[in-house]
Design a protein around this ligand. Structure first.
Ligand code: BGC
Length: 556
């Protein structure tokens, strides 16, 4: 008997709730820091055409989506996070046509595309800020304190160092939580809301599949802009709610955006997402950003900042999973990005640990973000000469990495979390990628590279690692291939299995993942058939020797 299909199309999702299957729940998303990924025109700066030409590499690597950091018109006071025109591509990176072609080419390969949106602040060159009348309504201007208004309106500090206020020629002050070239917007003004919704629709119409929301914990400031009464405020970010970060009011904005994203996607039969870059003091507060009617994902920086210790890793994983489960969201794991010390260096300068940490991350339930170059095992570059540095925090005496999140400050970070880096600044993780060849610019482009690449990166290029089964690149390729193939990975249940001190053992359906965080071998009864390991495991009849600082996936 022939069966009649009563429901020929996929079951519709509950509108607006985000429950049910979603591509983003277990996607592996690769961060392209455009300026440093691939340069097509020889000016030493990566661009959109360069990125498009390298998309087959990302497809082959096995990721599901690409997140592009800001490529919009910008004076580049903060690597493009100072946007002067949200609907234009900066000539440094190409044209709108290039963006369109990149999005189409990615889709042709089955890769989704997420772009950055920067709503907390604009560039001071944005037309709104350039017009004194508009500026007063759409940014945060206040009179100064002191007899003639010569003192800033409150004691807030810029996360890049120095006061968060700059005085204008007119005598009043404007707020900038980041560089003075990045004035904070006034989100009490409905025109600001309307403009960002229009910007989102502009990029959605070009086909993007989502937005990474920059400083998603910013935007709303406590009424009256109260003093904090504490210096070194950058170190408090993500450790406590501040009058300028993680205010409850931000959630109304995320709810409105979720309605927009769901409405847009539902009308076109696709799922478009928002991922929060939010520094919240606890897993519970972070989970508020991914409630069913808010954004889809939020980077788990608590995991990123966890030291390489089994107990600490286990408790951060448990807390993250419990918090996101309580709101029905997946956890979004990340180990590296353009703001923090690369995890090879951060985890004690140990490539072995970095490889193990990555395999652990990819075995956990949820989604994961990879930062370009981590698949090559690139270390942080820590000897950049001052004259090439571009991180605005370097020029303001701040500590940018500590500023955008806790735990990167050497004094307060958990043991191991802050190791490495060059004085806490961010250029060292942004050095252009090595693709091929023995000498800089290692195939990055036909010219040079905007930051100098180390002379010893010849062995780390994509070309050098391709086909070498011991290479980090092939480890990533194999892990991503297994992740696609094994139904038990990605979203779904996880539980802990008994393991000796210093070792973690977690099970997923059909799979066991062991992590030896100790610096020496640990023997275990053979738990299954080894599938993939970050370091060679020896298995005899009854015992498996897990090498120090390693992670192994076993079929069970
Ligand atoms: C971005 C940084 C940027 C800052 C200000 C962040 O969180 O990731 O690179 O400097 O926002 O926009």
């Amino acid at each position: 008997m022939t069966q009649e299909l009563t429901s020929p199309s996929p079951a519709p999702q509950a509108p607006g709730t985000g429950r049910g299957p979603g591509w983003w729940r277990d996607a592996v998303i690769y961060q392209v820091y455009v300026r440093s990924f691939a340069d097509s025109d020889g000016d030493g700066i990566g661009d959109l055409r360069g990125a498009r030409e390298r998309l087959p590499y990302l497809k082959d690597l096995g990721v599901d989506a690409v997140w592009l950091t800001p490529f919009y018109a910008s004076p580049q006071a903060d690597g493009g996070y100072d946007v002067a025109d949200y609907r234009a591509v900066d000539p440094l990176f190409g044209t709108l046509q290039d963006a369109d072609e990149l999005i189409r080419a990615a889709h042709d390969l089955g890769l989704r595309v997420i772009v950055d949106i920067v709503p907390n602040h604009t560039s001071d060159r944005h037309p709104w800020f350039q017009d004194p009348e508009l500026a007063r309504q759409r940014y945060l201007f206040r009179p100064g304190k002191g007899e003639s208004g010569e003192l800033p309106p409150n004691d807030w500090e810029s996360v890049f160092g120095g006061p968060a206020w700059t005085r204008t020629d007119r005598g009043d002050w404007y707020l900038h939580l980041f560089a003075p070239e990045q004035p904070d917007l006034n989100w009490d003004n409905p025109e600001v809301h309307a403009e960002f919704e229009a910007i989102m629709r502009f990029w959605l119409d070009l086909g993007v599949d989502g937005f990474r929301v920059d400083v998603a914990h910013g935007m709303i400031k406590a009424p009256g802009l109260p003093d904090i009464g504490h210096g070194a405020q950058a170190q408090l970010i993500g450790a406590q709610v501040l009058p300028f970060f993680d205010q409850d009011g931000v959630h109304a904005i995320h709810r409105a955006w979720r309605r927009l994203l769901d409405g847009y996607g539902d009308a076109r039969g696709k799922q478009v997402i928002g991922v929060a870059e939010a520094w919240a003091p606890s897993a519970e507060r972070l989970a508020l950003y991914v409630r069913p009617d808010e954004l889809h994902q939020a980077f788990n920086f608590q995991f990123l900042n966890a030291p390489w210790q089994s107990d600490a890793l286990r408790s951060v994983i448990d807390a993250s999973l419990a918090a996101t489960a309580s709101v029905g969201a997946p956890t979004t794991w990340v180990l590296s990005n353009h703001d923090v010390v690369r995890h090879t260096t951060r985890l004690g300068g140990s490539l072995a640990r970095a490889r193990a940490a990555t395999l652990l991350m990819l075995a956990l339930p949820g989604s994961a973000y990879l930062y370009q170059g981590e698949e090559l095992g690139l270390p942080e570059v820590t000897d950049l000469p001052d004259e090439v540095r571009q991180d605005p925090a370097f020029f303001r005496g701040g500590r940018a990495t500590g500023a955008v999140g806790p735990g990167t400050d050497t004094e307060s970070a958990p043991d191991g979390a802050a190791a490495g880096g060059q004085d806490g600044f961010r250029d060292g993780c942004r050095v252009p990628l090595p693709w091929s060849g023995e000498l800089p610019p290692y195939g990055f482009g036909p010219g040079g590279s905007w930051l100098p690449q180390p002379a010893d990166w010849g062995g780390l290029t994509v070309a050098a690692q391709t086909g070498d089964p011991a290479s980090t690149l092939e480890l990533y390729r194999a892990a991503l291939e297994l992740r696609r193939r094994l139904p038990g990975l990605g979203d779904g249940p996880m539980s802990w299995a008994p393991a000796p001190d210093g070792v973690l053992a977690l099970t997923r359906p059909g799979l066991l993942c062991t992590v030896n965080t100790l610096g020496h071998d640990v023997g275990l009864p053979v738990p299954g058939t080894p599938l993939l390991s970050s370091a060679p495991v020896t298995v005899d009849d009854a015992t498996a020797q897990l090498p120090g600082d390693s992670c192994t996936w076993w079929a069970i």
